[in-house]
Ligand binder design. Structure first.
Ligand code: COA
Length: 180
């Protein structure tokens, strides 16, 4: 059964690689079942890319979504890009992670949010990071290289390289001794 699933996955991955007009596509791309991709022409994928079941990559006409080499994304993740989202090489993203550089406007609390103009600010996530399960990354955030973001964290501010961050909002709880 596993062998059959592997063959189906390979066929699906090759189909998506060939049919979707990605701006850049590396070698060895793996797409699990139920993955949704919007505006592939604004999405760049590096080599050895993997994305899990039911995850979504969504770029707008105005967005630039860039994923480096060996980026691995878990199940049921949602990555949305209206302006710019960049994820560095060898970054691992666990299940249920939400990353969006855009949000509904909320300047006027007397008006339905639906009617308010979206706001966007670019997101950059460095290389070698690990985002734990259920992490949310908010617009305008820069996360350095080799940052571990603990499960359930909401990242609302920039995080420096070589640290562990956790909580809501995410704060640094450990730092590399050699880098400080
Ligand atoms: C971030 C993480 C690696 C920290 O592990 P750790 O180094 O063992 O951390 P510690 O247990 O030493 O915790 C240090 C402090 O941070 C707190 N903390 C740890 N993880 C936390 C989290 N995710 N959210 C909030 N606080 C957290 C601890 O309660 C502790 O606080 P205290 O000193 O007041 O008791 C781990 O908690 C985590 O979230 N791992 C990701 C798991 C995951 O999502 N896996 C998905 C599969 S890929």
């Amino acid at each position: 059964m596993k062998k059959v699933q592997r063959i189906i996955r390979k066929i699906r991955s090759e189909f998506i690689r060939l049919v979707y007009p990605f701006k850049r596509k590396g070698k060895n791309l793996t797409f699990h079942a139920g993955v949704e991709i919007y505006c592939a022409r604004n999405i760049q994928l590096g080599n050895d890319f993997l994305i899990g079941k039911d995850s979504v990559l969504e770029a707008d006409e105005t967005g630039e979504l860039t994923l480096g080499n060996s980026v691995h994304i878990g199940r049921n993740c949602f990555i949305r890009c209206s302006e710019r989202v960049e994820i560095g090489d060898e970054t691992m993203i666990a299940d249920n992670v939400f990353i969006s550089d855009t949000t509904h406007g909320y300047d006027n609390l007397d008006m339905p949010f639906f009617e308010q103009k979206n706001r966007s600010e670019p997101i950059k996530i460095g290389r070698g990071c690990w985002l734990g399960r259920n992490v949310c990354v908010m617009p305008g955030v820069t996360i350095g290289d080799m940052v571990l973001v603990g499960a359930n964290a909401v990242v609302t501010h920039d995080l420096p390289s070589h640290c562990v961050a956790a909580g809501v909002p995410a704060c640094v709880i450990k730092k590399s001794q050699s880098k400080s």
